[in-house]
Design a protein around this ligand. Structure first.
Ligand SMILES: NC(=O)c1ccc[n+]([C@@H]2O[C@H](COP(=O)([O-])OP(=O)(O)OC[C@H]3O[C@@H](n4cnc5c(N)ncnc54)[C@H](O)[C@@H]3O)[C@@H](O)[C@H]2O)c1
Length: 270
């Protein structure tokens, strides 16, 4: 089995659920010593426990990554228990607000803090030791929402900010051997969708029609991309945003299908 991350210290925020949890297990399976960070301490402990059961190395750390004091304590604890951070994956997010006209100020502030301020705080906390060691990787889990108007305005604006911050860090610290990239996932089947699934049990099947590759994504699709960007295989890639979206943002799929149907290419009209 490939062990691209043997003895690397990898911090993953929001790793108690969904994409973060799958990334934690996948990094650990490739030799990393993983810090499973989540504001739900029980979820973090459960994920770290599952990794330990497969002989992986993980520690659970409870922290709200939108709070500076929590982040400082978290990075201090990780450094003393595992060593200096080699890879930071900024993955934690919430998306509570939607329409600008309806969103309340506290909801806006909370969404933006958890999605964007957390990236500033966690990066600021790990960068000094990365600079000192002249090595380090940051992978930011953004969203297609940061690249196009798809609703959830506070979350989306914060994801757009995250993409710009990715570029800022890449440019400013590239000279120290530090790389910083973002991933923009499309729809991924995770618990973040639970409320929507409760309201509409076939929501994923409905969304498939927007995806040229004919399915929504799975957490492993994002883990594959994150591990590539964190690995030496991506040694000359920094400041980029990699869309992992089944082709969602490549074009207007429904419009193309309509145009092709009008032109007589009926074979696409499934
Ligand atoms: N699932 C999708 O369709 C999708 C699409 C695009 C982007 N993303 C992004 O992928 C990432 C992971 O999403 P997911 O679908 O796995 O979500 P999820 O809700 O399943 O998991 C997110 C985890 O983050 C934790 N978390 C939230 N706020 C936190 C905070 N302040 N401090 C510490 N932990 C916190 C939660 O407790 C939860 O365990 C997010 O950045 C999300 O924006 C997801």
């Amino acid at each position: 089995m490939a062990t691209r991350f043997a003895d690397k210290v990898v911090v993953i925020t929001g790793a108690g659920s969904g994409i973060g949890k799958v990334m934690a297990k996948r990094f650990a399976a490739e030799g990393a010593r993983v810090a499973v960070v989540d504001w739900h301490g029980d979820r973090a402990a459960e994920c770290a426990g599952e990794i330990a059961q497969t002989d992986g190395h993980a520690v659970a750390v409870r922290a709200d990554v939108s709070v500076g004091a929590d982040v400082a304590t978290m990075v201090g604890e990780v450094t003393s228990r595992l060593g200096p951070v080699d890879v930071l994956v900024n993955n934690a997010a919430i998306a509570d607000g939607d329409d600008v006209l309806e969103i309340e100020e506290p909801t806006w502030d909370r969404d933006v803090s958890v999605v964007l301020k957390s990236v500033f705080l966690c990066s600021k906390a790990v960068l000094p030791s990365m600079i000192e060691r002249r090595a380090g990787v940051i992978v930011n889990i953004a969203s297609v929402n940061g690249l196009s108007a798809l609703g959830n305005e506070a979350y989306s604006a914060a994801k757009a900010g995250m993409i710009n911050l990715t570029q800022g860090i890449a440019v400013r610290y590239g000279g120290y051997g530090i790389r910083c990239n973002a991933i923009a996932p499309g729809t991924i089947r995770t618990p973040i969708w639970q409320e929507r699934v409760d309201r509409d049990p076939v929501v994923f099947e409905r969304l498939v029609k927007w995806y040229p590759l004919g399915r929504v994504g799975e957490p492993d699709d994002i883990a594959n991309a994150a591990m590539f960007l964190a690995s030496d295989e991506a040694a000359w890639i920094t400041g980029t945003v990699l869309r992992v979206d089944g082709g969602l943002l490549a074009g207007n799929y429904r419009m193309t299908r309509e145009l092709l149907a009008q032109a007589g290419s009926e074979d696409l009209e499934s």
